[in-house]
Design a protein around this ligand. Structure first.
Ligand SMILES: [Zn+2]
Length: 118
């Protein structure tokens, strides 16, 4: 790993991303260990409830997994010195945007375009 000089602001973002990453790791471990249905016999109502909870848990797990992957990418970009550079057009992502979306990999214009294309 190349140890580039990291600016104070970037260091802050990095710390924040690391905190978020640790929290997500805890959450994902908890979610994968949590067992909603045990061996007890369930009535139809319980089963429906369990299915709903399972679906909610699965979608939460997906969301958190995606965020986790974006954080990993952002941290890699910080290490490589490419953080804050739009992956599509190569221009700098505004500080304001990074403040709100520290794991953004595109500038606003490219993000909008990517979303429009779906
Ligand atoms: Zn761009």
């Amino acid at each position: 790993m190349v140890n580039k000089k990291i600016s104070g602001k970037l260091k802050e973002i990095q710390q924040e991303l690391l905190r978020r990453k640790a929290a997500l790791e805890q959450d994902l471990i908890r979610l994968s260990n949590e067992k909603l249905s045990d061996d007890q016999v369930q009535d139809a109502g319980d089963q429906a409830f369990t299915l709903t909870m399972e679906a909610l848990r699965a979608s939460l797990q997906n969301t958190e997994n995606e965020e986790y992957n974006r954080i990993i990418k952002a941290l890699e970009a910080i290490d490589e010195g490419t953080y804050g550079i739009c992956v599509d057009c190569g221009s700098e992502i505004s500080e304001k945007r990074l403040k709100h979306y520290p794991n953004a990999s595109r500038c606003i214009a490219c993000q909008e375009q990517a979303e429009a294309l779906g």
